[in-house]
Each structure stands twice: as structure tokens, then as C-alpha cells.
Unconditional design. Structure first.
Length: 568
């Protein structure tokens, strides 16, 4: 009997071939792959690449060293278990034995892995209406790779299988309950189906053996319940939860921050400057984290943060409006609360000057402070700002600027800038040569002990209770009542962290803030914080987005990245 079970293999040596592209039956596809030596030459493709290009479905597992999959196989009577290889940011699944079983030819060619599968044929197509939507069944003479590409209201299903003219002629397409139209495009050793449906629907495509069949289900509840131990300390979950009469598909990651080697960190698209946004997919890959969720709010026009970002004990952007934040350290301690930071300058004659914000794009009349955490330079946010340069706690320069963005002023690495806005009296106290004493107070005080902080809001849960109060955190009423996609981070009673994404319920309606608070409660959170939502909502794992199509994800300013150690 041929063995399906593959054992985990040692860490990937640097000199072994790897790449980011495969050539599948002559078609180039962006997929990360690797080759290594262990009981012969082994080949691996990331789990994201294997699902997106071959059609393999990942099944639930509590063993991080083995990934059961379904691919024209019976998961009960003939499970396929692929060995895993974790490099930290990516997880490869060993396809060597699966390729041999399926008759694939594997040939590395530089940075490209060529995969050739045996010719296959579509022998029949059936379409039927179901109470929950529509089902399409394609019968095949053998297992073959397939890919799904969704483009707004059209889903393109490509099979590496030829369709005979007689099969094509015998199929009569009709409008379904949720499927509006079907067109079939035959090709050389390839068949492409174009399905027209609502853009809010993502079909579930899966395979069965005996006979080999590909099933396409068009239904609102297409999210499959999922519980995969992706790496030690990192679990991938998906489930449809019920809130009253509404049902919400929820995708989340459970993280154990006390697991050796597992940690969280704020991630930004442009190291060295706070200016700039990027899709979370790109930022996560650049930061080489295994998983990530989008972070706090930001100004889309100037691409600067509107809330707290503290990285490795250094404030990159200060909190605003007493909004909710999460803080954590390297030992797995986590704190959720509404956060304020009050800084005050004292002059030699005892006059105290309160500062409005630290490193913030949220602008108010008064005095704001900007350090090198903001970047190398500062440009004015308002007209006629007075810029005061402080080095070694002493004022060394004062100048009046022109209009918004009219100039760029360097921020001294051994000091800071003060932006005086609509406060001429304060400027008179900050003349050149004045010695200044800076005092900083954080509320709650224990937040000052945490190296990493990300702001969001509103705060959702504290000590198991819903504490949602958008007005207290100075969110607009329109924001408070909006139904939208939501991102959130929470903490369970045993100290695990949950990062969750929710888009719409099964009726296509977004989630309210109350909905996401209740959802986090159902997931087991005792503390939770709302993060930026809407088009920003993005959940990333191992090179893929779990919750949405990459083309629909907006650019975001920052995120929370999850680091896991490479496998042994």
C-alpha cells in the first residue's frame, strides 16, 4: 500500500533551491515553493499556494507537523497527510508523495518549479438548484488541478482538463437561485467556466473521489468551519456565529504569546518614516511576519496615523482623544484600556505649558511635540505655525513657517520640535536659550511599562463586560451606528490573543460595533478592542489573505504582526 502520511522534515538549508513561481502545465503562477534533501529530494509549496493553484482543501488538525488535506480523496477512509515545514513567515506542505500518487512531474528550473499533471477530461456537467442556492458538479476522468479567480460579479474556474464537444453540447445552462449565468470556454487540455453571481458571494469549490468530481456551491454560508494548528502557538479558526436572527461568518487567529518564540509587533509599510500606506499583504511580507491584522486609524489624505503606535518602547505616534488601545510586552503580558498621554513643559521661571499631542497627525490649537520617532523631518499641518527646535533640553531656534506643507524642518535626533499653533503667548516663553523640563504622564500608568502599543477604538470589552462607548472616545455618531466590516483584537481568560475579521452577515449586511463586541464575547474574549474597519479590514496568514480577495483590500497605515519561530 502506498503511504500517504509524510513526516515533518528538518529546517530548510539556505542553499536549497526555492522560488516564488511555478509553471503549472505551462502556465506561470505566483506561488512560493522550496526543495530540500530528506530521504531523497523533497518539494514543498506553501499552503496558500497549494489551495490557490492546485485546489487542495486544508482540513482541521491539532498537529502542527502534519496537515491533512482533501483533494479528490475521502478524508475519513483515505486521509492525505502532508508534512509541514515552517520557515517562520511561510509554511510549506510537502507535496512529494502527493505528486507521485497523482502522476505529476516536478522539475525545478532556477527559481521556477515546473509541474506537469497527466491529461484529464471533463466527462459531464450537472447544474441544480438547492434550497440554499445553486450547485454545479463537474465529473472528471481523473484528479486534476484547478484554480478559482473572483473578479467582482464574475468567478472564473479553470480546470486542467479538456472538455469534449459532445459534453459541452449536452450541457444546458439555466439561471439559478443565486447563479445568474454560466459560460464554458474549452481550450487545449483546459476548461474555463465563467460564473456570474452577486459580488457579495464567494463560492465554495471542493472535490470528491469515486467518481472524481468537482463541486461548486453558490451559497451565502460558504465559509467552512476551520480549526487548524498552523504553527505552535498559532491557530487558524473560522466559524459562522449567530447573533439574534443574524449569522456572521467570522475568521480569526488564536495566538499564544507565551509560546516560546511567538511574539507580536506593530508593523508599518515604510521603516524610518510614519508617512505612507500599503496593502497589509505587502507590509506583512516585508516585515516577514507569519500573520497580521490591520491596526489603527489614519488620515487617508496625508497617510499619517491618528492614534497610538509604540514600537520597542519608542513612541512613533501618540494616542488621541482617550481612545482604546492595546499594549503588550515580550513576556506575554497584555493590557486593554482607554489611553491618554499628557506631556507638560516647565520653563525656568516655573511656567507650565501643556502639550496637545506627541507625534500626531491629529491637529489642535496649542503646542504639539515631534520627535525622531515621527521621522527625520516635519512639515506644517496648519498655516503660520511657529516651529521651536529643542536640543539637549534647550531651545536653539524659533521660526515662523508659511502655509501648510510649505517647508520641511529637520527633527534633531538629540531633541525634538515644538509646533506652536494659534498660541503666540506660548511662543514668547520659548525663546532661544530657554531651558525646558519635560514631564510625561500616561493613563493608565501601567501602560508606560509596555514596549508595544497600538491604538484603535472604541474599547469593546473589559473584564468580560461590554464597555462600548463611542461617544466617550469622541467618535462621530455616524461612525457609532455604521454597519461595516470589522477588525478586532481580544484576549481570552487564559491569556491567548484573538485577532478577528468580520465582513457581513449572511444577508449581506455589515456588523455594528455592538455586533463585533458580542462576537468577540462569543469567541471567548474577556477584553477586546475595535480596530480600523471597512475596506481596511484585512487578516493575513502565511502569504495569503484569509478574509477577502487581495484586490478588494484597501491600503492601511499599520498593523499588528505575529512572529513565530521556524520549525525544528
Amino acid at each position: 500500500m502506498q503511504r500517504d502520511r509524510l513526516s515533518q522534515v528538518p529546517p530548510l538549508p539556505v542553499q536549497n533551491p526555492s522560488g516564488t513561481q511555478i509553471l503549472l502545465n505551462g502556465r506561470p503562477l505566483s506561488v512560493s515553493w522550496a526543495q530540500w534533501a530528506a530521504n531523497g529530494q523533497r518539494f514543498g509549496i506553501t499552503d496558500a499556494g497549494l489551495t490557490q493553484t492546485i485546489g487542495v482543501e486544508l482540513l482541521n488538525t491539532a498537529d502542527a507537523t502534519k496537515q491533512p488535506v482533501q483533494w479528490f480523496s475521502d478524508p475519513i477512509t483515505a486521509p492525505l497527510n502532508l508534512g509541514t515545514r515552517l520557515t517562520g513567515a511561510l509554511r510549506y506542505l510537502d507535496i512529494t508523495d502527493l505528486a507521485q500518487r497523482s502522476g505529476w512531474q516536478l522539475q525545478p528550473n532556477g527559481a521556477i518549479l515546473q509541474i506537469t499533471s497527466p491529461p484529464a477530461a471533463v466527462t459531464a456537467i450537472r447544474q441544480g438548484k438547492q434550497p440554499w442556492g445553486d450547485r454545479l458538479v463537474l465529473e472528471l476522468d481523473r484528479a486534476t488541478p484547478w484554480q478559482v479567480d473572483q473578479q467582482d460579479e464574475q468567478v472564473v474556474l479553470t480546470l486542467d482538463a479538456q472538455i469534449a464537444a459532445t459534453v459541452l453540447q449536452s450541457f444546458k445552462s439555466v439561471a439559478g437561485n443565486r447563479l445568474n449565468a454560466i459560460s464554458i470556454e474549452p481550450g487545449i487540455n483546459q476548461t474555463r467556466l465563467r460564473l456570474t453571481l452577486s459580488s457579495s458571494l464567494r463560492p465554495r469549490v471542493w472535490s470528491l473521489p469515486n467518481p472524481n468530481r468537482l463541486i461548486v456551491d453558490i451559497r451565502p454560508d460558504a465559509v467552512v468551519d476551520r480549526d487548524i494548528l498552523w504553527a505552535p502557538g498559532l491557530r487558524w479558526r473560522a466559524q459562522t456565529l449567530t447573533l439574534g436572527t443574524a449569522r456572521f461568518p467570522v475568521i480569526w487567529l488564536a495566538v499564544d504569546p507565551r509560546q516560546p518564540g511567538v511574539s507580536l509587533k506593530p508593523i508599518l509599510p515604510n521603516p524610518g518614516t510614519l508617512i505612507g500606506t500599503a496593502p497589509l499583504l505587502r507590509t506583512a511580507q516585508q516585515a516577514q511576519v507569519a500573520a497580521a491584522i490591520n491596526g489603527g486609524f489614519f488620515n487617508r489624505n496625508n497617510q499619517l496615523p491618528l492614534g497610538a503606535v509604540r514600537l520597542d518602547g519608542r513612541w512613533l505616534s501618540g494616542p488621541i482623544l482617550g481612545r482604546g488601545a492595546i499594549a503588550w510586552n515580550t513576556t506575554g503580558d497584555v493590557k486593554f484600556a482607554r489611553l491618554t498621554l499628557q506631556e507638560t513643559l516647565t520653563t525656568p521661571n516655573g511656567q507650565r505649558l501643556p502639550l496637545t499631542h506627541l507625534n500626531s497627525a491629529y491637529v489642535q490649537a496649542g503646542i504639539a511635540r515631534y520627535t525622531s520617532g515621527w521621522g527625520a523631518t516635519y512639515s506644517p499641518f496648519t498655516d503660520n505655525e511657529i516651529l521651536v527646535t529643542v536640543q539637549n533640553d534647550r531651545v536653539v531656534n524659533q521660526q515662523t513657517l508659511g502655509g501648510v506643507g510649505s517647508s520641511t524642518i529637520p527633527i534633531p535626533p538629540n531633541g525634538y520640535l515644538l509646533a506652536v499653533r494659534s498660541n503666540r503667548n506660548a511662543a514668547a516663553l520659548l525663546t532661544v536659550g530657554t531651558l525646558l523640563k519635560l514631564e510625561t504622564a500616561v493613563t493608565p500608568p501601567e501602560f508606560s511599562r509596555y514596549e508595544q502599543i497600538i491604538g484603535g477604538g472604541p474599547l469593546l470589552l473589559q473584564n468580560r463586560q461590554i464597555v462600548l462607548d463611542a461617544r466617550t472616545e469622541q467618535f462621530s455618531n455616524a461612525f457609532a451606528i455604521e454597519k461595516a466590516s470589522r477588525s478586532a483584537i481580544g484576549q481570552t481568560a487564559d491569556g491567548n490573543l484573538l485577532i478577528a475579521a468580520v465582513h457581513t452577515n449572511l444577508d449581506g449586511t455589515g456588523a455594528t460595533l455592538t455586533d463585533i463586541a458580542q462576537i468577540m464575547q462569543q469567541l471567548g474574549a474577556v477584553n477586546a478592542l475595535n480596530l480600523d474597519g471597512g475596506s481596511s479590514t484585512t487578516l493575513y496568514l502565511g502569504g495569503q489573505l484569509l478574509d477577502r480577495l487581495p484586490r478588494t483590500a484597501a491600503r492601511v497605515h499599520d498593523g499588528i504582526g505575529i512572529v513565530v519561530p521556524p520549525g525544528r
